[in-house]
Design a protein around this ligand. Structure first.
Ligand code: ATP
Length: 260
């Protein structure tokens, strides 16, 4: 279907319908400082996009604005064909946007399985539900995910005994048990060993196809492993898009990284 969705700015219906997340004319200001100024950004359904850029480029702010944590001053944001501009973060989460921050936020004293139970949809806010029984379908789902992330052997291990990599995978697992349509993942390879980094890349590539994923990352080796389209931000603006080889040859991208 062609045409535009009226509003400020008007948005092409094709753009909204062909992307899981689509952002147009979005700016964010902090005390008059423009932290983000994106003309157009979109990620196709069940695709994986890596967002890179020097410190302060606006990567986190872009994810904040999509997840509703930060309000945009101008522009419009669409998620699964629905306008989410100005919606509360809780409402956007309910629509299917899951966020994983850099530092794992698992419950240390609970086992891997108990953490997963808490992450079941509708569980987390009501702590006493931890002691309620999940359905056998939910149990199967937890086990399937834990197998996929190589945590099945650690199912009864309290989270405090997990390695940094295992904690990251547990947190990703806690996100996907709620079946989000879009996963926003902030620096998943930070502080991981080479082997853990490799497994994390494999895991994200497996998840793509069932989920749309946006990964913020600084580790270029990890970005290469993901072999996905890369968006480069600089000073709040979208500087370049393409494969990692394409963008790393782009003189403007080189300048942005070296000019710091
Ligand atoms: N809450 C805030 N208040 C004021 N300024 C902010 C706020 N959040 C971000 N900024 C500023 O906005 C700009 C973009 O920040 P952002 O965190 O999005 O960058 P980033 O690309 O994620 O950086 P990094 O790689 O260092 O995490 C930076 O100049 C930052 O200082």
């Amino acid at each position: 279907m062609s045409g535009t969705i009226p509003g400020n700015p008007p948005v092409e219906i094709d753009d909204v319908e062909s992307h899981a997340v689509f952002v147009q004319g979005v700016s964010v200001e902090f005390d008059g400082f423009k932290a983000l100024d994106i003309t157009r950004f979109g990620v196709h359904f069940n695709d994986l996009r890596v967002v890179i850029g020097p410190n302060g480029a606006g990567k986190t702010t872009l994810c904040d604005v999509i997840s509703g944590k930060t309000r945009n001053k101008t522009g419009r944001i669409f998620f699964h064909k629905e306008e989410i501009t100005g919606k509360a973060d809780s409402e956007i989460a309910r629509l299917g946007v899951g966020r994983k921050f850099q530092t794992p936020t698992v419950f240390d004293s609970l086992t891997v399985y108990e953490n997963m139970e808490l992450a079941l949809p509708g569980r987390r806010p009501v702590f006493k539900n931890l002691f309620g029984k999940e359905t056998s379908e939910q149990r199967d789902k937890i086990i399937t995910i834990l197998r996929r992330v190589h945590l099945i052997e650690a199912i009864n291990t309290p989270a405090k005994f997990l390695s940094h990599g295992q904690r990251q995978w547990l947190e990703i697992s806690m996100l996907i048990v709620a079946e989000p349509k879009l996963l926003l993942v902030d620096e998943p390879a930070a502080g991981l060993t080479d082997k853990e980094t490799e497994l994390t890349a494999e895991l994200l590539l497996e998840l793509k196809g069932n989920h749309t994923i946006i990964v913020i990352e600084h580790d270029m080796e990890f970005v290469r492993r993901l072999a996905s389209k890369v968006t480069v931000l600089n000073e709040g603006k979208l500087l370049a898009e393409g494969t990692i080889d394409e963008v790393s040859k782009n003189p403007e991208v080189i300048e942005a990284y070296l000019g710091r």
